[in-house]
Design a protein around this ligand. Structure first.
Ligand SMILES: CCCCCCCC(=O)SCCNC(=O)CCNC(=O)[C@H](O)C(C)(C)COP(=O)(O)OP(=O)(O)OC[C@H]1O[C@@H](n2cnc3c(N)ncnc32)[C@H](O)[C@@H]1OP(=O)(O)O
Length: 224
């Protein structure tokens, strides 16, 4: 198990320029697919137009499949220490279902993101799916642990849904509360314009292999 996850941490030897080039090439593709996901839900065009659109999509798929990888993206890095987890389900640059565009960190260790959740994240009518809230909190609480110097895997994520979370503009934020051995305790929440909708406490545990990896870096790597 330990070995299998480490196999997905790969130095792919790309230069910084090549990484920037990939970002410029594939980032907009992800944006297009994200819009398509929403359009698939919202379009009202008739069956003929849907059939025509699907022909175009089939043509696009045929081009994109000419050269593709198998399996997960994993975590890739290069010699200058740039880390990419572009497949990450919450924040990955190349993942069209990832709702988070980027995170901010304050000097006091608070981590936050402002996001806009569209209708594809719906659970209860007009409101955010509870599992999507958990996805957001897992990511932002985990980032708060990492940015504070204690990266770890989620051991426990306790969530309290205080009130329904509307689709639309939301802020997700988190902060390290305390550390006990390999365990980092992090608290956070999701808020709409009227206040907190969801609260969470997470325990992020650094497995032994991660502590050993961490010791080989001057600072905690920041994925991009
Ligand atoms: C940097 C890349 C990470 C990105 C993460 C992004 C966020 C994620 O989605 S992670 C995915 C979801 N999480 C997982 O898949 C984790 C799966 N679980 C595991 O890998 C392991 O069980 C793991 C790492 C959590 C703990 O394993 P291990 O290091 O062997 O723990 P172990 O030695 O038994 O216990 C260490 C301490 O943690 C406590 N502990 C163990 N498991 C848990 C848990 N699930 N919850 C709370 N505490 C726990 C133990 O009681 C012990 O406490 P103490 O030191 O006080 O006695």
């Amino acid at each position: 198990m330990t070995d299998s996850i480490l196999e997905l941490y790969v130095n792919d030897g790309l230069s910084d320029e090549e990484i920037d080039q990939q970002r410029a090439t594939y980032g907009p593709l992800t944006g297009d697919v994200r819009e398509l996901i929403q359009l698939a839900l919202q379009t009202r065009v008739d069956a003929d137009d849907v059939a025509r659109a699907r022909e175009h999509l089939a043509a696009a798929r045929e081009i994109l499949e000419r050269d593709r990888e198998d399996g997960p993206y994993g975590t890739r890095f290069n010699d200058s220490g740039r880390f990419r987890n572009w497949g990450n389900a919450a924040i990955g640059l190349r993942n069209a279902i990832a709702p988070i565009g980027g995170i901010h960190e304050d000097d006091d260790g608070r981590v936050w993101t402002d996001i806009h959740l569209g209708p594809v994240y719906e659970g209860p009518a007009g409101h955010v799916h509870g599992g999507v809230s958990a996805l957001l909190l897992d990511q932002i609480l985990g980032d708060a642990a990492r940015i504070s110097g204690y990266p770890g895997m989620t051991g426990t994520l306790a969530i309290r849904y205080r009130k329904r979370t509307p689709l639309g503009a939301l802020r997700v934020e988190a902060k390290l509360d305390r550390v006990e051995g390999r365990k980092a305790f992090v608290v956070g929440h999701i808020a709409d314009s009227e206040g907190i909708c969801v609260e969470a406490e997470g325990i992020f545990i650094a497995p032994v292999w991660m502590v050993q990896q961490r010791d080989s870096f001057a600072e905690i790597p920041r994925p991009e």
